[in-house]
Design a protein. Structure first.
Length: 398
């Protein structure tokens, strides 16, 4: 094929530019390719124009066909609208009013007015949806669910049909009805089967604290729990003066009636070792005959007589040494620092540190000056809080 003269590239119109097989934007093409075999819409300007014109012709014919259909439909609609307007047969459609008007068919605007009036009457009588939601939320099932039922030996959540998380007024009424029936059954059983009541449970508490084992022991002198009752997950809370807490579950029947005491191991807790403790003692018991669920909370203050400063014994071993010994009163989360100071007791000359000791400490300061007065003292740091104990004077030998 002979190439035209002159043979130079032509600019492609913006809307016809394209990406070639290498994803490059093609903005110019020669009129035709170098050979007949290579000439196509991506290599020759004339072939590219022809291909686009052919595509647009196909699209044009499709649009003409669609417009023809639309024209026919519009003409038919115009005829139908004209016929409706000429007959005057337009009317508001009727619907069945159901319970609003005794199931009578009436214009839709009439039924709508009845519906609005009925809705307003419901809101006046029942309250708004917001008020109803507040009423549902007032049934705090997070509190009710674990409470003991009266009609059976279970929690309220164990009642057949009980809804643990009510979200509708229907669910709220369901739980109210179940709770009322449960209460009625429980009261009836209590009156007809036994004179045992929750008031027959009598628990008295005294306490002591052991620093060596870090245990609190609760005693229950003169206490009584009728044999009708069994434990239903009793628990207690121990709190120190800094607000640190320790909790545990226990069997109140075993503790009060079988053992007569309850030992609480707080050695692994974060409770301060030198604090008094407040024990919140909560028992939960149930009875099948009569069907009762009883709970109560008792408060007991545990006095901690643990001292911080140990009994320090010091002596002069030689003219250049001073020895000391003491038995630690606290053995965990504690650091004992023994300082040797000058005669005025203001300048620290040396110190020794002992962390969490469990046995008697004996040690010696060396390189002292003969016939010289010194002071030795202990600083006790428990859980980060330091207490400086009294100093003890000593004079080395001449």
């Amino acid at each position: 094929m002979a190439l035209p003269t002159p043979y130079y590239p032509l600019d492609i119109p913006t809307n016809l530019r394209f990406l070639n097989n290498n994803n490059d934007l093609v903005s110019q093409l020669y009129p035709v390719a170098n050979t007949q075999q290579e000439n196509n819409p991506q290599t020759g300007f004339i072939s590219m124009l022809g291909a686009n014109v052919s595509t647009m012709k196909d699209q044009y014919n499709a649009i003409v066909a669609i417009l023809g259909t639309y024209g026919t439909n519009i003409a038919a609609l115009q005829v139908q609208v004209a016929a409706i307007e000429a007959s005057g047969a337009t009317a508001i459609p009727n619907v069945n009013g159901g319970c609003l008007n005794g199931s009578v068919s009436a214009p839709i605007d009439t039924v709508t007015a009845l519906l609005v009036s009925s809705e307003c009457s419901y809101i006046t009588g029942l309250g708004t949806t917001s008020a109803l939601a507040s009423g549902i939320a007032a049934m705090n099932t997070s509190v009710l669910n674990p409470l003991p039922a009266y009609s059976q030996n279970s929690a309220m959540a164990g009642l057949a049909g009980w809804i643990s998380v009510p979200t509708t007024v229907g669910a709220w009424m369901n739980n109210m009805s179940l709770a009322y029936l449960d209460m009625r059954v429980g009261v009836t059983q209590a009156l007809s089967q036994s004179n045992v009541t929750c008031g027959d449970i009598d628990i008295n508490i005294s306490s002591s604290y052991s620093n060596s084992s870090r245990t609190i022991t609760l005693y229950f002198p003169g206490s009584n729990i009728p044999t009708n009752f069994s434990d239903n997950t009793s628990h207690l809370l121990v709190e120190d003066t800094a607000g640190n807490q320790f909790t545990m579950n226990f069997n109140v029947i075993t503790a009060v009636m079988t053992n007569g005491y309850l030992e609480i191991d707080i050695s692994a807790s974060t409770l301060l070792q030198t604090s008094n403790y407040t024990v919140t003692f909560t028992y939960n018991v149930t009875s099948t005959t009569p069907a009762l669920g009883c709970s109560n909370t008792l408060i007991n203050t545990v006095t901690n007589g643990t001292g911080v400063c140990p009994n320090l014994n010091v002596w002069s071993a030689t003219s250049t040494t001073a020895s000391f010994t003491f038995a630690p009163l606290i053995t965990s989360d504690v650091v004992y620092t023994v300082d040797i100071l000058d005669a005025s007791g203001t300048t620290i000359l040396d110190d020794k540190t002992f962390t969490n000791p469990t046995t008697v400490i004996t040690d010696t300061f060396t390189n002292l000056t003969p016939a010289t007065s010194y002071n030795i003292r202990v600083t006790v740091t428990v859980s980060g809080t330091s207490t400086i104990c009294s100093s003890y004077g000593i004079t080395t030998d001449a």
